[in-house]
Design a protein around this ligand. Structure first.
Ligand code: FAD
Length: 472
């Protein structure tokens, strides 16, 4: 039997990063992947495909230029599903090639097939033709990720009713779409299809969406969605989803309202892909959502030589954080020191417009009873914004009145997911308002919004700070 120092199940961001880390530590590592090619959900159905689709939609629709040329401006008049797919396949091919090369360069052994535990230190891998091979290891990393949640009441058919994996293969661009689930994935796809002039209704049984975001940011975002005609149906339980015929699907909501659309995308939740792992053989059980519990510092499960990382352990379920978890798990398993990441990591939502956030929201600052002040900048106040024809977009920073430290940074608008890293650096390096006020920023840039927001806070803080001092 082949023996390894670390056996990784799953080649998504967590598995990949763990395997490379183990190889860099000069250990024998095996990656088992049941998919046709390596890369995981991130490369094949999640992060990269959805972001490529977004980029294609924005480019072909001329979305970024509409501030100048009006809402009817289009780069390509009749955008087809093939237009969307072509760029997708090229990008994915490139991603996989880079990854395969990375594995080969670092001498990471990979095997194709589905892994299942047969003991505490053994795994059996079954290939497509039913052939099996057994492997043993001192340590294991379960990095199997998730699969879309597909409740029985939704008539999935891959033609009119899709889950978030199937939507990438949509045969034809529909005229209308109902998206069920206003989580990150639902909101991203709803806004991408809306940018392609599909008539979108976003349906969410809860009364709000993306609760972890700063409320002011969310208000701005919601206004932009409504302004361009997206319908939001929040706060009603879904009673049924029906496919009337090829062109009409119906979603019946509690209270009697019906949403009609040509297609339905069900994007409400994902399940840990642990059902085929035969976890009991290694002494583990998953929760009702297929998730595993781990020590948040070491990433060990209840069975100490079995680690788990990535989406299978739940929040925050991001490719970015999964990679870090994979690295830390591999280091811990192989006895190498691993620096813990800082408390605050950025959250990027690639909706149209995009949003990104790091640190505390205003609500959180209030609940912690921290005296604070905010500074806000609108992108239309920056020269770069004028050049780009931006009508919307804002950046908000929250500062402590006592220490003047940055507590949170929240951005909605063009470039938000890139811009956030300035706020992240200042926040995690414990920087203060002065950083933004005293430093020179390139001009004209959107990053200048940091300076404008800081000056806005600075102007207000004078008076507020005196108040805190008087109360002390
Ligand atoms: C539509 C969508 C958009 C997203 N956008 C973003 C984004 O913009 N930014 C971001 O940071 N994150 C994003 N994510 C989340 C991101 O994709 C995940 O956080 C990330 O892929 C999780 O990585 P992972 O390593 O846990 O596993 P995955 O990427 O889920 O990979 C797990 C792998 O394990 C394999 N596997 C499962 N069971 C077995 C088995 N028994 N044997 C062998 N192999 C097995 C699977 O085939 C799969 O390849 C998005 C997700 C979705 C669905």
């Amino acid at each position: 039997m082949n023996h390894f120092d670390l056996l990784v199940i799953g080649s998504g961001p967590a598995g990949r990063r763990a395997a490379i880390q183990a190889a860099k530590l000069d250990r024998r590592v095996l990656v088992v992947e049941r998919g046709r090619r390596v890369g995981g959900v991130s490369v094949h159905t999640g992060t990269i495909p959805s972001k490529t689709l977004r980029e294609t939609a924005l480019n072909l629709s001329g979305w970024r230029e509409r501030g100048f040329y009006g809402r009817s401006y289009r780069v390509k008049k009749d955008i087809t599903a093939d237009d969307l797919r072509n760029r997708l396949h090229l990008t994915l091919e490139h991603e996989v090639e880079v990854l395969e090369h990375q594995f080969a360069r670092n001498r990471v052994t990979t095997v194709r097939g589905e892994a299942r535990f047969t003991g505490t230190n053994t795994v059996e891998v079954e290939g497509d033709a039913g052939e099996t091979e057994s492997f043993s290891a001192d340590n294991f990393l379960i990095a199997v990720g998730t699969v879309p949640f597909r409740p029985d009441y939704v008539p999935f058919d891959g033609v009119s009713v899709f889950d978030s994996d199937e939507i990438l293969e949509i045969p034809k661009l529909p005229r209308s779409m109902a998206v069920i689930g206003a989580g990150v994935i639902g909101v991203e796809y709803a806004t991408i299809f809306s940018a392609l002039d599909v008539n979108v209704t976003l349906v969410e049984p809860r009364s709000s969406m993306l609760d972890f975001l700063d409320e002011e940011l969310l208000e701005d975002f919601t206004y932009q969605l409504r302004d361009r005609g997206m319908a939001l149906r929040f706060g009603s339980k879904i009673e049924s989803v029906l496919r009337r015929d090829e062109h009409v699907c119906e979603i019946h909501l509690e209270g009697g309202r019906t949403v009609r659309a040509q297609t339905v995308l069900f994007a409400a939740g994902r399940m840990g892909a642990t059902d085929t792992l035969n976890l009991s053989a290694c002494g583990l059980t998953a929760d009702h959502r297929g998730r595993l519990k781990v020590d948040p510092v070491t990433l060990q499960t209840e069975v100490p030589h079995v680690y788990a990382a990535g989406d299978v352990i739940g929040f925050p379920s991001l490719a970015s954080t999964s990679m870090e978890q994979g690295r830390i798990a591999a280091c811990h398993a192989l006895g190498a020191p691993a620096q813990q990441p800082p408390e605050y990591f950025p959250y990027g939502i690639y909706s149209v417009p995009e949003m990104s956030t790091v640190g505390m929201s205003e609500k959180e600052v209030i609940s912690r009873k921290i005296p604070y002040e905010c500074g806000v900048a609108r992108f239309r106040e920056t020269s770069r914004g004028h050049i780009m024809g931006l009508e919307a977009g804002m950046l908000k920073m929250i500062f402590s009145l006592k220490t003047r430290r940055l507590l949170g940074c929240h951005i909605v608008g063009e470039g938000a997911t890139e811009l956030i890293h300035i706020g992240q650096a200042v926040l995690n390096l414990k920087g203060t308002l002065e950083y933004f006020v005293e430093n020179t920023f390139n001009y004209p840039t959107l990053a200048e919004a940091y300076k404008i927001a800081a000056l806005d806070a600075w102007n207000r803080m004078g008076a507020a700070e005196k108040l805190v001092a008087a109360e002390a």
